[in-house]
Design a protein around this ligand. Sequence first.
Ligand SMILES: *Cc1c(COP(=O)(O)O)cnc(C)c1O
Length: 360
Amino acid sequence: MSRIFNFSAGPAMLPAEVLQQAKDEMLDWHGSGMSVMEMSHRGKDFLSIAEAAEADLRQLLAIPDNYKVLFLQGGASAQFSLIPMNLLGGKPGLIDFVNTGAWSKKAIQAAKNYADVHVVASSEDDNFNSIPAQDSWQRSDKAAYLHLTANETIGGVEFHTTPDSDVPLVADMSSNILSRPVDVSRFGLIYAGAQKNIGPAGLTLVIIRDDLIGEAHPATPDVFRYSVMADTDSMSNTPPTYGWYLAGLVFKWLLAQGGLDAMEARNVRKAGKLYDAIDSSDFYANPVAKDARSRMNVPFTLADGALDKEFLAGAAEAGLTSLKGHRSVGGMRASIYNAMPEEGVDALIAYMRDFEQRRG
Ligand SMILES: *Cc1c(COP(=O)(O)O)cnc(C)c1O
């Protein structure tokens, strides 16, 4: 078996130890004689898997007792609509947004179907290469909540501090959840699709302060109604059982690594050396303001874009794949989530240096 270093933005690498364990347990989970995929979601075996996953997630993020954790489907994209549907209850309302890039824009666009939208600040004039200074934000007085994208996966821009907010703060953490400790109590709602830093695609986490769970828009399906899903432990219908199980294995792996303090230290080191390699070269460049650079997604360009193809082909030959930047940005993007080993980043840097020497 030879594993490559996969820099895909998502679905992304999972820890090899987790995949190995899933393989070992594939046909016979803990003597049950069944795969987790074949289990009733209402049976005691799966319930023990589901409960352990939630307990481990709560431990990792120190989630306070007055927050519910929902294991949903539909991806983060569904939440762009479901959050306004659930939090505004179908009544007219206003939502504040910070616009820091492509994912913020999608969230804003979807919310317009349910509410009035006010953009408190945008970095669009700066080509989304920074986070607007918080003292410049033009907040409305009567917003139902303030939404931000904690990490812009495409632009490579990340919030490194949590803004103060008088209204509940709602954060899309799809691409940086579990990469660092977070004070959950500062947020009203945190959501994330699983396929970047949690597990396989198909599972979506919503962590919500329980007083925000109220009446949803009347047209909200039960499986997307936070009140129903909270009351049924996310089992109003069949949940994505295998994704839930794998997420649980990832949570156990994270605890074994030393939890989120240890992951943050590792992520700071991994991202730091990659940005240093880019900044110390005249051949590679990253346009993002230093205080807003993402630890998870590192976009970079080559001095000569005509060499992009050759760079990518050579990288793939060296076992470094999926480095092509998003089609809207071009260039390269290295996504270095929790499961990307430090050796993967080292191998990328070595390849970049070598390529620059040969072709720069
Ligand atoms: C990937 C991503 C999404 C979309 O996730 P889906 O699960 O594909 O709907 C939304 N927001 C951010 C920040 C992302 O990285």
